[in-house]
Ligand binder design. Structure first.
Ligand code: GLN
Length: 201
């Protein structure tokens, strides 16, 4: 299949930016707000935003179970920032009732870089992308505190107080980054995901 259809979860967050980069990489995109829309996609991107809000809206719109079923059925997914939180099986520093979709056997800490640190930027070498390190933009970002052996660590922070923290992971066809590649003009993360979806569809 030459042009896979990639859904972008469009409940809240930077949906437009993701769609633009995915389309640049040759994918068709659809905004996913309803279970029917989820059925049409070969892959799904979960954008950054506010994970508590996205989870509540997904629950209210009857999307949470369909999302879990789709991921459980092997739908490729890529989550950035809040999207990583939504894909995590376990959360730290989250409200006790915060739900996730799950799919990644990791423990993710929300706002991990410190509440006072609104955003920062750093170079992160991401395995599998080729080329130089990614210029990673972190905005009230989570990190992966713990990952199961079945999870491949694709990237870690290097240097500074968060040195060594895991910020990019993959488990099967589920990929997540703490940072926001859609904001930097670096299209490699999206290309990587579009290729992954293309191989599966
Ligand atoms: N701190 C946000 C949350 O917990 C994530 C921030 C982001 O997606 N830029 O949902």
């Amino acid at each position: 299949m030459s042009a896979p259809t990639i859904g972008v979860l469009a409940l809240q967050g930077d949906v437009r930016e993701h769609r633009a980069v995915l389309e640049q990489q040759g994918a068709r995109t659809v905004a996913v707000r309803r279970p029917e829309e989820l059925e049409q996609v070969d892959g799904l991107v979960l954008p950054g935003g506010e994970s508590t809000t996205i989870a509540k809206l997904a629950d209210r719109w009857g999307l949470l179970e369909p999302l879990r079923a789709a991921l459980g059925g092997g739908l490729p997914a890529y989550g950035s920032c809040a999207g990583m939180i939504l894909l995590a099986d376990r959360l730290l520093d989250a409200p006790a009732d915060q739900q996730t979709i799950g799919g990644l056997d990791v423990t993710v800490r929300r706002n991990a870089f410190g509440r006072q640190v609104d955003s920062f930027e750093s170079e992160v070498a991401v395995q599998g992308l080729g080329g130089p390190p990614v210029h990673a933009v972190f905005i009230r970002a989570p990190w992966v505190e713990e990952a199961a052996d079945t999870v491949q660590v694709l990237g870690r922070v290097s240097g500074g107080p968060a040195d060594g923290r895991i910020v990019a992971v993959r488990q099967g066809d589920v990929v997540a980054t703490s940072f926001h590649p859609e904001l930097t003009g670096d299209t490699r993360m999206h290309r990587f995901f579009v290729e992954l979806v293309r191989e599966r569809s």
